[in-house]
Design a protein around this ligand. Structure first.
Ligand SMILES: Cc1ncc(COP(=O)(O)O)c(C=O)c1O
Length: 408
């Protein structure tokens, strides 16, 4: 229990000023307000990386990274089964094959053994996901990637200011991807950021995100070809294929204001998580996600597993709400069991000529392929950490303590 209440606003106060600056420029040249440039520069700097490339969301970031890394038709990309569909979806969007593998039984991040088992001559990339805010065990992944010449994209949509062995999460893979979607720690409603320190990968990602404009550079905010060039009738604009995934300048303005106060937002998340953790430490049948020594969990959510079989998940939720709690989430279905994958298997079986990139290359996406996650997933609870107010966070933790007592 904390006696000195700390409370912060849901939206950074500066966001209103920055958004107004953008609007004052008008849409003709809104980018002249320089918000995207500042956001890209300051975000990359915060994570110790050379380049930031703002995107419209944290799925697009991974599409660009994969395209920049040369991932294409029929290539394989290894992803964990405990993630949001966006991770394997980005792989499919590149016509590549998501190889969905099991997780570590305690940390719930991608399992190194599973990665090793699934490397083939077609593997091109690995996307370790910092799930719930906890980075994966990245050193052995980077080592393996180096041996097999693979790209590593950290999916840090859920991890802002987490750490791995003394290094900030986002500074280890060849790329790191972040989401600014409304539930995320740093949000502007929707948006994303890709960071990278390799000149050629970063430039390829910039172009992948911006319909392959020929003359874009890695200068922060350089996502529009200069008027001088584009006013010429004979100007050749595009020399490669890309999506169009720019972040609107007004969203960049909000994200910049949020970045400038990210430490206090992240602290509030951690405060809420620790309040729940104190309660969980006294209960032997709730086991939290394991944060090993040397890691910092950014706690996008406080995730734990109910180990007693005689507790019905929905009863536990209903009791928490009855005790004054504002609910918790279940974990996403194991990604490979989402119906999209069975549908894809069926579509390719029925019409292989229509899907030459997948025919004969797609794994069977079915139960039994990720037994650890399939067993644990139905028993997970993901408690919210976005209270922005220490008294409310304490109140939620008390409601959780009362909930546990009901089941003793
Ligand atoms: C682990 C993970 N990866 C990727 C994404 C995709 O981010 P976005 O919704 O911004 O596309 C999310 C967000 O939901 C996520 O939680």
């Amino acid at each position: 229990m904390n006696n000195s209440r700390k409370s912060i606003p849901r939206v950074a106060p500066k966001a209103y000023d920055y958004a107004r600056d953008v609007l004052d420029f008008g849409f003709h040249n809104a980018h002249a307000a320089g918000m995207t440039a500042r956001l890209e520069r300051d975000f990359a700097k915060r994570f110790g990386q050379a380049y930031g490339i703002a995107h419209c969301n944290g799925t697009a970031t991974m599409q660009s990274a994969l395209m920049a890394a040369g991932v294409g038709g029929g290539d394989e990309v290894i992803v964990p089964s405990f993630t949001v569909f966006s991770t394997p979806a980005a792989v499919l969007h590149c016509n590549a094959v998501p190889v969905i593998v099991d997780i570590d039984p305690d940390m719930w991040t991608i399992s190194m053994d599973a990665i090793r088992k699934h490397i083939t001559p077609r593997t091109r990339a690995i996307i370790p996901v910092s799930i719930c805010g906890l980075p994966a065990d990245l050193d052995p992944i980077m080592k393996l990637a180096q041996e097999h010449n693979l790209a590593v994209i950290e999916d840090n949509a859920q991890c802002v200011l987490g750490q791995y062995k003394g290094r900030i999460a986002g500074s280890i893979g060849h790329f790191a991807s972040f989401s600014f979607q409304s539930s995320k720690t740093l949000t502007c409603g929707d948006g994303g950021m890709l960071i990278c320190s390799d000149d050629s990968l970063a430039l390829a990602a910039r172009k992948a995100a911006t319909i392959g404009f020929k003359d874009l550079t890695l200068k922060p905010g350089d996502n529009v070809v200069s008027e001088q060039l584009r006013c010429q009738p004979d100007y050749q604009r595009h020399d490669s294929i890309g999506w169009n995934q720019r972040l609107p300048e007004i969203a960049a303005a909000v994200a910049l204001a949020e970045l400038e106060r990210i430490d206090e937002v992240a602290k509030m998340r951690t405060y809420s998580a620790i309040a729940f953790d104190r309660v969980v430490q006294d209960c032997e049948w709730i086991v939290p996600q394991k944060t090993p020594e040397g890691y910092v969990n950014a706690y996008w959510t406080y995730a734990a597993r109910i180990t007693r079989d005689n507790i019905v998940w929905t009863d536990f939720l209903a009791t928490f709400i009855e005790m004054g709690g504002d609910g918790f989430y279940g974990a996403y279905l194991p990604a490979h069991l989402e119906p999209v994958f069975a549908n894809l298997n069926r579509a390719v079986d029925e019409n292989p000529d229509r899907y030459p990139q997948f025919a004969g290359r797609l794994p069977r996406y079915e139960r039994g392929t990720c037994p650890v996650w399939e067993t644990i997933q139905p028993r997970i609870i993901m408690l919210k950490t976005n209270y922005f107010d220490t008294v409310e966070a304490d109140r939620q933790a008390e409601a959780f303590a009362k909930t546990i007592k009901r089941f003793v």
